[in-house]
Design a protein around this ligand. Structure first.
Ligand code: HEM
Length: 168
């Protein structure tokens, strides 16, 4: 939530667009519900972009290898990883991979909403969403298959937006 508020403070124009979507879909007399989500692609895009731009676990939670493995780098070079080694999936770098995330240091919710961006996916009633998103970890420890954080993250955002709506 702190990073969402930071993003909205630094990008007032994005906040205005977000509020306009919520106003158009939800109106002014109630809070958003999870059932509104298919009609709120910008809310989902802002949530996802916040977690990409400022990942909660930026350095990644370490995973220990239970057996030897080989990791192949993009240039084809192979790295041997010994059983027992601790591997940190560094989300800060993963979320700044230049081909997947052009202009990676900028907060750009439109990368999830406009076809010109590599991360765009249709239909916008379903995408973007937080399923399988790297912000939530990797492998067996992936946060509860993302179901809980998806709902909670969105509902916290809703409460925050709701607070803004109710002050209007
Ligand atoms: C924005 C919300 C959240 C983010 C970004 C997040 C992120 C993460 C990450 C990156 C991991 C490490 C996964 C890995 O080892 O690869 C993790 C682990 C975990 N998270 Fe979350 N999380 C969020 C919300 C939650 C919530 C709401 C709960 C439960 C109420 C939760 C419960 C857990 C648990 C139990 C683990 C350990 C899983 C395991 O080691 O098997 N997380 N989380």
């Amino acid at each position: 939530m702190g990073r969402f508020l930071l993003a909205m403070t630094l990008h007032e124009n994005e906040f205005r667009k977000l509020q306009a979507e919520v106003d158009a879909v939800v109106g002014h007399d109630r809070l958003p519900r999870l059932s509104d989500m298919p009609k709120l692609p910008r809310v989902r895009a802002v949530a996802k972009e916040t977690l990409r731009w400022r990942p909660v676990t930026a350095g990644g939670l370490p995973h220990q290898l239970t057996k030897d493995d080989v990791y192949t780098l993009e240039n084809g070079e192979k790295v041997f990883l010994e059983a027992g080694a601790n591997v940190h999936p560094v989300q800060w770098s993963i979320h700044r991979e230049p081909k997947r995330y052009p202009d990676a240091d900028s907060f750009r919710p439109e990368r999830w909403l406009e076809p010109s961006w590599p991360t765009y996916k249709e239909p916008l009633t379903t995408y973007p969403n937080l399923q399988n998103f790297s912000a939530f970890g990797f492998g067996g420890a992936f946060v509860l298959d993302n179901i809980l954080p998806n709902a909670r993250c969105i509902s916290r955002l809703q409460r925050s937006l709701g607070a803004v709506i109710s002050r209007r």
